[in-house]
Structure formats: C-alpha cells, structure tokens
Design a binder for this molecule. Structure first.
Ligand SMILES: Cc1cc2nc3c(=O)[nH]c(=O)nc-3n(C[C@H](O)[C@H](O)[C@H](O)COP(=O)(O)OP(=O)(O)OC[C@H]3O[C@@H](n4cnc5c(N)ncnc54)[C@H](O)[C@@H]3O)c2cc1C
Ligand SMILES: NC(=O)c1ccc[n+]([C@@H]2O[C@H](COP(=O)([O-])OP(=O)(O)OC[C@H]3O[C@@H](n4cnc5c(N)ncnc54)[C@H](OP(=O)(O)O)[C@@H]3O)[C@@H](O)[C@H]2O)c1
Length: 446
C-alpha cells in the first residue's frame, strides 16, 4: 500500500523525519505552527514555541551535534565549538533548503487532533488561519518536541512579586536592579542565574538537591569530546570516571555553599555550565536550599532562612505533552514511556515518535537515525521485532542510567549507546547527502 505520512513539527527532529521519508520516495507532509524551520531554536521574545534565551549556546559540541547527512563542516567550517542559537537556527534552515524540504512543510498550521482509525489510517485535524481541515494519512510521525510546555512548581503560601517560568525568560535586561531567585539545578536554571546576575541587584539559586555540573571544556577540548574517548566502557565505569574528574575539577561543593551531591553521575540529567561556579565564588550568585513557602515577597527556605525577592524564575522543566491525542489514547506526561528505541509503540504500528528522548548529549543526531529507521520500515526493508511489547517494557525496566524518580527522568538515554543501538538496525550505507531532486536529475541524465 502506498504510504502517506503526516509529520508533526518542523523543528530539528521533524525536518530530519521529513527528509528521510522523502529520501526513500515516501509521500510526506510536515505541519508546523511556526513560520519557519527550527523549533525551539527560533529565538523569539514573543510568546511562542521557542524556549531558548538571547544568550543560549548549545551544550554539546558541534561534531556531536550534527546530522550525519549534513555536517557543520559542510554548513560552516568556521562554526564555533558550541554554536549559538542563531547559528543553529541557520543550520536547520540550511538543512531544510539543501534537501528541498520547504515545499513539503505547511507552516502556520496547528495540528489539533490525531485520530487513529486503523493500521493504515490516521485522521489529522489541523487549523490554519482559523480554518479547520481534516485529512487522512497512512502513518503519523510525532516530532512536536518536549521542551515547550512549562511545568510549574507549587509551594504553600503566595508569592506577590513577579513569578515566571524559564520558558518565558528571554533575556536578562528586564531583571536589572531586581532581587532575583532562580529555582532549579538544570541547564536553564544555571544559565538564567548566570545571566541575571550580570544585571540584577542580587541573584540566588535554590536547589532541592546537589547536581553534577560539567564544564564545557576539559584539557582545552570540548568535554563531550573528552568523554567520547571512553564511550566503549560500560556506563557505570564511565560515570565513575566522570565523578572523579568533576570532583577533582571543582573540589568540595562546601566551598561554594552548595548542597552536596548524593547520587552517582547520570542519576540526574547533568548540567553543563562554565560560569555558575565562577559567579558563586565571586558572590554574584548565592546558593540557597529548597523553598519551604512563600509569604508576600518573602521566600522561606527549608533551612529557615527568609529573604525578600522581586522576581522568582522557576526553571523547573517541561511536561512531555501530546495535546493532539485523546488522553485516554496516549498520555506520557507522567511516565513511564514504553516505546522500543524510544520511537515504536508496542501495538500501534503506524505511529512513530521522533526526537522524544533526553540524551546525555544532543537530540538531533539520534532523531536522524530514528527517522532513517522509520523510513526503512515503511519501504519494507526493516521489520520490527516480533517481541516488540517485551522490548518496550524492557526499555523502561533497563534504562541506560538508573535515575532518580522525578518527572524529568522518564526518557533519558545515553547518547553513545542510543546511537549504537539505532545504527545496528540500519544498513551500513545509511548516510545520504544528496538531495532527492539532484539524485533524480543525475538519474535522468545518465
Ligand atoms: C533553553 C533551551 C536550550 C536547549 N539546548 C539544547 C542543547 O544544547 N542541546 C540539545 O540537544 N537540546 C537542547 N534543548 C532541547 C531542544 O528542545 C532540542 O534541542 C530541539 O529543539 C528538539 O527538537 P525537536 O524538533 O524535537 O523539538 P522542537 O525544537 O521543540 O520543535 C518542535 C516543532 O514542532 C512544532 N509543533 C509542536 N506542536 C505542534 C502542533 N500541535 N502542530 C503544529 N506544530 C507543532 C513546533 O512549532 C516546533 O517547530 C534546549 C532546550 C531549551 C529550552
Ligand atoms: N543549551 C543550553 O544552554 C540549555 C539551556 C537550558 C536548557 N537546556 C536543555 O533544555 C532541557 C530542559 O532543561 P531545563 O533546565 O529547563 O529543565 P530540566 O532539565 O527538567 O531541569 C529542571 C530542574 O528543576 C528542578 N525541579 C523540578 N521541579 C522542581 C520543584 N518543584 N522544586 C524544585 N526544583 C524542581 C529539577 O530537579 P530534579 O533534579 O529533582 O528533577 C531540575 O533541577 C534540557 O534538555 C536541557 O539540557 C539547554
């Protein structure tokens, strides 16, 4: 049967899904509510899908953050080790232009509802300029991202100052002269604390536990390139070496006033930040314990400390959300997420999730490999394992990292293991750098 695939999203994951479907001659349409390709990486000060900040740079280095089909050397050999959000936006748009994806993307189009009818039919309801349309597809690839729906913390009492989530934090300037409290120990929290500390009257950061912080460079090399040298070792051994290296690098957290780390490396999603520790030791960012309650502009911490703030910025992560599915059909927001290779559903054979995993590393190289595997299945060159249900359960019971049970830890993968698992399923010549149109021209002229 001729397949026709709907792709939700034209962010880094959606464009590679589309590219690899078209590559195999499969009809596909991507829908994106945005006006252009790039997803989270289209910086916007307006309320939008985007969550990056004015100063965001990627936290994985460029050679581990590229599509195999279109590398940074092919895009811009002078790109920095850790490119800025704007370079990344241009990279994704160049990928889409190079592989002639734009004619296959319907921008300004929101996918409102996806109804599974049978293994060959989905009914997709979209809205564009207030007009609702329904269209049938054989397959659905979901690449709607998982860093756009803010998850707010709740505390007893009421904070009467300004309270916002990092999704709505765009730049530090509005916090000039203010007393700011940042909540969280993830990459957003540490970036936001560092940035606001440049202009605020005071900045504090509240952690509910101790976090492993990795610098962006070790021995003059990007840290992930250094870590790549040990990728052949078991995860536990690698984690042990990472712990040693980080303890040696930072010394005792007591010297920073930070709470001690009580879990192994990898048990929480690592934070990559060069400047936080520097700002703490320069008195620009003050470490604080977990919040106990609010009282007007006063924040009461678990150690009894009480302080007034003008602004509280909750950098407390995002919900995994698929609002276009009926909640009794699919709802992964509270975990677990039993999907084989984080993409194949145990029973619905014409549904694929692309990029819905949280690597210790970058998302789109893995999303690219998932997309190639999806396309291989759709052209009949790859068959899903018969015991797929068991394999889905196994992904939940045997994660790459044993992590603490908090909402952000339901879809973690180890970058290197994940890439290896996906490559094992793909043909050896999976890299495909020639745009389909150029290939067709070559065929016609030969
Ligand atoms: C501040 C910040 C920094 C980050 N830094 C890194 C980093 O350094 N490295 C890294 O790997 N990741 C990082 N991330 C994670 C980031 O989400 C991924 O890098 C990447 O954007 C994932 O690509 P994606 O295509 O899966 O999702 P997204 O980029 O979120 O793209 C999803 C697309 O789907 C569209 N869409 C969603 N729902 C619908 C719908 N119903 N109808 C139509 N269109 C829809 C959106 O408009 C969007 O264009 C960061 C996230 C944040 C918030
Ligand atoms: N390139 C960059 O510079 C950059 C910048 C920002 C974000 N990112 C990426 O974007 C993604 C999202 O990152 P994020 O930092 O926004 O979210 P995140 O990784 O989910 O981190 C959320 C943080 O908030 C804490 N938290 C959650 N609920 C809390 C509560 N009720 N009270 C106190 N603390 C709470 C979490 O603690 P627990 O550990 O207890 O769960 C964690 O420390 C990640 O992939 C990240 O790597 C990258």
């Amino acid at each position: 049967m001729k397949r026709k695939v709907a792709v939700i999203g034209a962010g880094p994951s959606g464009i590679t899904a589309l590219k690899n479907l078209l590559d195999q001659g499969i009809e596909a349409v991507a829908f994106d509510r945005n006006k252009d390709v790039g997803g989270n990486w289209i910086y916007s000060e307006d309320e939008s899908h985007s969550s990056v900040f004015e100063t965001t740079h990627i936290i994985s280095s460029k050679t581990l953050s590229q599509y195999a089909d279109f590398t940074f050397d092919e895009f811009d050999p002078e790109a920095a080790d850790y490119p800025s959000h704007d370079t990344l936006r241009r990279y994704f748009q160049a990928y889409a232009a190079k592989f002639n994806l734009y004619p296959h993307i319907r921008f300004g189009t929101m996918v409102k509802h996806c109804r599974w009818i049978d293994e060959n039919t989905w009914e997709i309801t979209t809205e564009k300029d207030g007009v609702i349309s329904k269209e049938l597809f054989t397959d659905l690839a979901v690449a709607n991202g998982h860093h756009w729906k803010p998850r707010y913390p709740e505390y007893p009492g009421e904070f009467t100052g300004e309270f916002l989530h990092s999704h709505h934090f765009k730049k530090a300037a509005p916090f000039e002269g203010k007393r700011v409290l940042v909540i969280g120990g993830g990459n957003s929290a540490c970036d936001v604390a560092v940035e606001t500390s440049r202009v605020s009257e005071s900045t504090a950061i509240s952690w509910r536990r101790g976090y492993w912080i990795a610098p962006k460079f070790f021995f003059g090399k990007p840290s992930d390139k250094v870590a790549e040298g040990t990728k052949w070792l078991p995860v536990k051994v690698r984690s042990f070496f990472n712990e040693l290296l980080l303890k040696f690098f930072w010394g005792d957290y007591k010297n920073y006033g930070l709470r001690p780390i009580t879990v192994p490396f990898g048990a929480t999603h690592p934070t990559i930040n060069d400047e936080l520790m520097h700002k703490i030791r320069h008195g620009k960012v003050k470490p604080r314990m977990d919040i106990k309650s609010f009282e007007g502009k006063k924040v009461i911490f678990e150690d009894g400390k009480e302080e007034e703030y003008d602004s509280v910025i909750a950098c407390t992560g995002y919900w995994l959300s698929h609002p276009f599915f009926d909640p009794d059909f699919i709802d992964y927001s509270k975990g677990p997420v039993p999907l084989y290779l984080k993409m194949f559903h145990p029973t619905i054979t014409n549904l694929y999730f692309i990029g819905m995993f949280q690597p210790l590393g970058c998302i789109w190289p893995g999303a690219e490999l998932q997309s190639k595997l999806m396309a291989q299945e759709l052209i009949g060159k790859w068959k899903r394992p018969k015991n797929i249900k068991e394999l889905c359960e196994r992904e939940v019971s045997h994660p790459h990292y044993r992590q603490i049970d908090t909402p952000r830890h339901t879809i973690t993968v180890d970058y290197h293991l994940f890439v290896k698992e996906l490559k094992k399923e793909l043909p050896a010549d999976f890299v495909s750098k020639t745009p389909v149109s150029a290939r067709e021209n070559l065929l016609q002229s030969s």
